[in-house]
Design a protein around this ligand. Sequence first.
Ligand code: DGY
Length: 317
Amino acid sequence: MKKVLVTRKLLRSCEDKASKLFNSHFNSNDELYSQKKLIELSKGYDGILSSLTDKIDKNTIEKLPETIKIISNFAVGFGNIDIEAAKKRGIAVTNTPDVLTDATAEIAILLILGACRRANEGINWVKKENWKWSSDFLIGKQLTGSRLGILGMGRIGRAVAKIAKSFGMEIHYRNRSRLSPEIENGAKYHESIKSLFSVSDVLSICCPATKETKDIINKETLEYFPTGAIITNVARGDMIDDDAMVQALINRKIYAIGLDVYKGEPKINPEYLKQPTAFILPHLGSATKKTRTAMADLAIDNIDEFFRSGTCKNKVN
Ligand code: DGY
């Protein structure tokens, strides 16, 4: 039986599945392993089932034992792993696409609604117990007829577009390549982010974190947006220059934000917490039982497939 190090606690049924297939080491206290500890624990193992909280950089990969042949990441994103360094060492890296599309799109829509309809301020008023209804109390922005810009029209972006269309939003997008008319389904493609941002009453960031998308929302690009735009992010925190974003909220260039992901999370830039118009969640994108089960099962299947056939359809390097 192959030996697999599972870095974070999984749902019980998924750990049971992993136990049947591999000689698995689980992390019952769900402790966050340091890079040093991860390297030490990997000794004698054939594979690692990692999560997005494990920073498996070049230095870590270079020190992993020779026996490690696969890192199966329990996430669709794999920005936490240096996939080139892994490739050089002959270590396959896999992810869990598809299965979290709908759950993440739901959170993207929650962020859009929460930011547009001032949910954070509403919750704060309810907690103070002294709110009263009036015709101009917490007036927000309605989605009907407004323009939604989607940055990254992959599976999640397209699922967001589908739901947003049913709210009567007009869909615009920017993607590495233009989609076929059939998949576009009426969404308008933009050749540049400047063009996309300038028509985005609301923006939903759904693209992968890469060198090109790092800090794509910054002091300069925030100026492209219509005044009073709303920006939401369900992808990765690296895409936003937080200082510039906070400043744009303070000077009302940006009306509100909805965030589920943060640069350096679980730390959050403390300035966000002071902004009443920031509707913020603790990385809940895929957090449903159905989806987390499907993700872990797929991460396990990826390892199984890899050891049976020498490769895996969800290999990303
Ligand atoms: C992913 O899989 O990349 C998600 O962000 C996890 O919630």
